[in-house]
Each structure stands twice: as C-alpha cells, then as structure tokens.
Design a protein around this ligand. Structure first.
Ligand SMILES: [Zn+2]
Length: 180
C-alpha cells in the first residue's frame, strides 16, 4: 500500500468519526422546552390540532396554533441556532431554528422578527412577535409552531392522510403541555 492511499483512508476514518461525534452531540443536547408565546397556557391552543384534517392548502395541520394578542412576544422553545428568517407565502414572516435532536423548530405568521440568522437561541429568548402574516391574514392572530425532524421517524408512518409525511414531524402539543 502506498503512503498516499494510507493517508486517504485515515482522512476518511476521521471524516466519519467527526460526523458521528457531531451526530451524537446533536442527540446529547438536552431539549429544555418553554411555550413559545409569552403568557400562553393550555387554553391558548387546541389539544387535537396537530395533524388535523382537513386543513386548507396544507391538507393536514402539521403544527399547533397558539393564539394571543397581536404583538405578543414569541420566544424560542429550545436551545438552537437560527438557520432562516424571512417571508414565505403560507407562513408569512417565519423563523427556523435548528435545535437538539436534529429537529427544526418553525415559527410562522410573525408580525416582527427579532433575531438574526446564525444566532444562538436559548429557551425563552425573544425571536419575534405574534401576527397575522402569510395565510393567517384576516384570521385571529396566532403563532403557528411546528417541529420537523431531519432524521426520519419511520415508526410514525401510518395509513392516514399524508401518513408518510408523519415521519418528518413531531407533535409539539405534549411538549407544550409539559412546559412550565
Ligand atoms: Zn397553524
């Protein structure tokens, strides 16, 4: 075996080791969790609104709606890194945070965005305010909050409406119920 070949094997081993460490780090991060709307409680959202069908253009509701007065502070539920802020058609003003366990936390219909891309957030940190942007226009102000997973949870797939997509979503309601 030549030296260059040896080096490339070492490089490859290191690369995969590094990936594994990174993956493990993502899973090891604790998912401390707070309700993402200031002053909200169990009465601010419906217990059965996740994967509710029929639901407008999305078909099923892939998150939870937390109702509050327009302008109420929206805070990050977990630790994480802001990976996207901006305006999209359905969500309006949105913030995406990459959090523990390789999950993406999606905050939509915001009135204002109070964070920056690549900034670190912690639970309870202000990232925006409740609004009616996107397809919440003309409706009661609320935060649409979703948790998506980059690592598919195959065991969640079922024969229901959009059952295949269930592997990429986490029901946020049990986390909200357990939060203080
Ligand atoms: Zn919603």
């Amino acid at each position: 075996m030549t030296t260059t070949k040896k080096i490339s094997i070492y490089k490859r081993v290191w690369f995969w080791l590094l990936c594994l460490i990174l993956l493990g780090f993502g899973f090891a991060l604790p998912q401390r969790f707070v309700i993402p709307v200031l002053g909200a409680n169990k009465g601010s959202y419906h217990q059965k609104s996740f994967w509710y069908y029929p639901w407008g253009r999305s078909g099923v509701h892939k998150g939870v709606d937390i109702f509050a007065k327009e302008g109420t502070g929206v805070v990050s539920t977990t630790h994480g890194m802001v990976i996207y802020i901006g305006e999209i058609s359905m969500g309006g003003n949105v913030v995406l945070v990459l959090g523990p366990k390789w999950r993406i936390h999606y905050y939509a219909h915001l009135k204002e965005i109070n964070t920056r891309v690549f900034s670190w957030t912690s639970p309870g940190e202000l990232i925006g305010s409740v609004g009616t942007t996107g397809n919440a226009k003309g409706k009661a102000p609320h935060l649409h909050y979703s948790i998506a997973t980059l690592i598919p949870y195959f065991w969640q797939v079922d024969g229901g409406v959009q059952g295949l997509k269930k592997m990429f979503y986490v029901n946020p309601i049990p986390y909200l119920n357990a939060a203080r």
